[in-house]
Design a protein around this ligand. Structure first.
Ligand SMILES: C[S@@+](CC[C@H](N)C(=O)[O-])C[C@H]1O[C@@H](n2cnc3c(N)ncnc32)[C@H](O)[C@@H]1O
Length: 659
């Protein structure tokens, strides 16, 4: 899988979407993380037009990234973050995966032995989004709508000044850079200048890193939203850190998670609606006020189980606590207008299709146009809709420690609702049952947490016991350990990754699963050809860094962070990597190329160019019955789209070197 692009369904990787297993009530709208989400579905319609007539033109053209200049090519311009109301600059997304080899800091390429490390469980970042349960909240006196002037951004906001601060404040587009420090709301100058004061941290003071904060679920969520908006922090990392600092029940942590991911995912749609009610436009609001408005509207519009008035009352309380009465009045006025005129919260259906899809499913218009060009309108819309669905929780059995049937029975006996995956012979779908990374069977190495489509990569590679296998971009190791399990832990598996700190992620998984055949290695995959003999591996896996557009439902902010230039840069690196590692495959051996994106440029086109330039390789079909009926996107390999199986969008090509 891939760069942004790591397997979303692994404990080591991307966004956590379910926390804990408890079902305690939260103070203000309780939230049961064990239940499937029940969200309202957005509908398009004409009512917004009436509202437009009444309240004047909307900010639609900027809020959904539709800042297209007349005559501009659909792909020619990414919506600026500014246009999306995020306050981050488009250029602020450093992407290590797109670095050329020359630019990258060279690291000594060393092969290290197996590491015995076994660390504490990390929170599962899979987990379905959870649902909110309704709780009545007392009424706040209604106040008349006021101008948003009081809540608009201060014209001068201090920016990080030192180089180090600037680096920290920048947002990397790669989830692979998970260890990079990100600012936390409530800490540091930029937060203070943005009016973000973490409750409990004390205004003007640097909060100790591990200090616990007494915050509500909504305050915690707002801290994250404001931090993402203000400094371009990764939502999943900031959420993890915020939740570690906040003393929330599992149910409240679940609610905070839902609010963060849901609000970010629905941002363009929310801004479109808010702009119908906020004269000066949502973009001009102070980041935390903007976050509060979006988050509150998200509850009103998309969460069935939170009473709208509770969402409004909570928002007003937060505004008072964090700002002042003027802001609270504005928040109250706008949100109560929304409640009164809720029937205008529909996207007009007479918009051009690309614009309507972008607004209705909250995606940047350039991305929608790109997918329409690649897949047609119907499929592009289905992909966008699927990207807003909560991801399934899926696990892969460790076939060395029991069969799928046994684990299904044992998990059922534990009270979980589980079923066999239709896509992967080792896959199990967990319909309910909480955080699988806390399960004793997980600790015992009986299964790994992995998305179903990722499970198909090892099937395509078809490794056998005793073989030598090279996994070029291996961390955090989800596919490496699957390969080792298929090889019954016999043979040699070299698991390489560019980043030294990721070695331990692979080693931990190998240790947990009892797999000793894996060696970890650090280095640029472009230099693997200099470190290993040509034609020395039976199987080579290049699970390449990629744009990650197949895992947007796990990483909702990805859609706002990436630009067309990112996709082009990563596509160049992928071609270099593919050519570079091909010579390591033995004659008759197999090279598998995979990504977690749905971009043809990174998938079919990359493989087609490779085959054109490497006559000694040929594309081969692989036998996965469930994939037989999906429409092939053309060319070599299999493209899985997120709406087809409810799995991650994924591409897999099997290339055999002629004997
Ligand atoms: C999609 S992820 C791999 C996921 C992994 N195969 C799994 O299943 O857990 C891509 C990985 O490539 C690594 N990477 C990026 N550029 C690389 C390069 N030039 N050489 C080696 N690894 C690289 C990233 O650190 C990231 O861990």
């Amino acid at each position: 899988m891939s760069g942004t692009g790591e397997n979303g369904n692994k404990p080591e990787g991307s966004g956590i979407r379910m926390f804990g297993t408890g079902s305690k009530s939260s103070a203000n709208g309780s939230f049961d993380p064990n239940k499937a989400p029940e969200r309202k579905q957005p509908a398009s319609g004409k009512k917004a037009d009436d509202r437009k007539k009444k309240y004047g033109p909307t900010k639609r053209s900027t809020s959904a990234g539709t800042n297209k200049k007349p005559g501009a090519k659909p792909w020619s311009k990414a919506p600026s973050a500014k246009a999306l109301g995020t306050g981050t600059k488009p250029g602020a997304n450093a992407k290590p995966e797109t670095e050329t080899a020359a630019k990258r800091q060279s690291k000594p390429a060393e092969t290290v032995g197996k590491r015995p490390a076994q660390s504490a469980q990390k929170p599962a970042e899979t987990g379905a989004r959870t649902e909110a349960r309704s709780t009545a909240v007392g009424r706040t006196p209604a106040q008349s709508p006021t101008s948003a002037r009081e809540a608009v951004k201060a014209p001068q906001r201090s920016k990080p000044t030192s180089a180090a601060e600037r680096v920290t404040a920048k947002k990397s587009g790669s989830a692979g850079e998970a260890s990079r420090t990100k600012p936390i709301p409530g800490r540091g100058d930029s937060d203070r200048s943005a009016g973000i004061d973490a409750p409990g941290s004390g205004r003007g003071g640097e909060a100790p890193r591990r200090r616990k904060m007494q915050v509500t679920a909504r305050e915690a969520a707002l801290n994250v939203l404001a931090g993402v908006d203000e400094s371009g922090a990764y939502s999943n990392l900031l959420l993890n850190r915020t939740l570690q600092q906040a003393e929330l029940s599992p149910a409240d942590a679940g609610l905070a998670t839902e609010l963060v991911y849901g609000t970010i995912a629905r941002q363009a749609t929310l801004d479109y609606f808010l702009n119908l009610f906020i004269k000066s436009g949502v973009k001009r609001l102070n980041p935390w006020v903007r976050g509060l408005m979006r988050m509150s509207l998200y509850q009103i519009k998309y969460l069935d189980r939170i009473p709208p008035h509770a969402a409004v009352n909570e928002a007003v309380e937060i505004a008072k606590k964090r700002g002042h009465q003027g802001i609270a009045s504005m928040v109250n006025g706008v949100l109560r207008s929304v409640l009164r005129e809720g029937d205008v919260l529909e996207i007009p259906n007479d918009l051009p299709t690309n614009e309507r899809i972008a607004l209705q499913h909250s995606h940047p218009q350039w991305l929608v146009e790109r997918w329409i060009a690649q897949y047609g309108e119907e499929t592009a819309e289905a992909v966008c809709a699927a990207n807003n669905e909560p991801p399934k929780v899926s696990i892969r059995i460790n076939s060395l420690r029991g069969s799928r049937e046994e684990l299904l029975q044992e998990l059922t006996d534990e009270g979980r609702s589980v079923r066999a995956s239709e896509l992967s012979p080792q896959g199990v779908i967990v319909e309910s049952g909480g955080n699988m990374a806390n399960d004793r069977f997980y600790r015992d190495g009986r299964f790994s947490i992995q998305d179903e489509s990722s499970m198909l990569v090892a099937e395509a590679l078809a490794p056998e016991p005793g073989m030598s296998v090279l996994d070029c971009c291996a961390a955090p190791g989800g596919k490496t350990v699957h390969i080792a399990e298929k090889m019954k832990n016999h043979g040699r598996i070299v698991a390489n990754d560019l980043h030294e700190h990721k070695q331990k992620l692979i080693a931990e998984q190998a240790e947990r699963l009892g797999l000793s055949a894996i060696e970890t290695s650090v280095g640029d995959a472009l230099s693997l050809k200099d470190r290993f003999e040509q034609a020395s591996f039976d199987r080579v896996l290049l699970d390449a860094p990629c744009s990650g557009f197949g895992v947007i439902r796990r990483k909702p902010d990805l859609r706002w962070a990436k630009t067309p230039d990112d996709a082009a840069a990563i596509a160049r690196l992928q071609r270099q990597l593919l050519s570079s590692v091909a010579g390591l495959v033995k004659p008759g051996g197999i090279l598998v190329y995979s990504t977690c994106t749905i971009e043809r440029e990174e998938n079919q086109r990359a493989v087609a160019e490779f085959l054109r330039d490497h006559a000694d390789f040929v594309a081969e079909p692989f036998d996965i019955p469930a994939l037989e009926n999906i429409p092939q996107a053309g060319g070599a390999g299999v493209q899985i789209l997120p709406h087809q199986f409810g799995s991650d969008g994924f591409y897999i090509a099997r290339l055999r070197r002629r004997g």
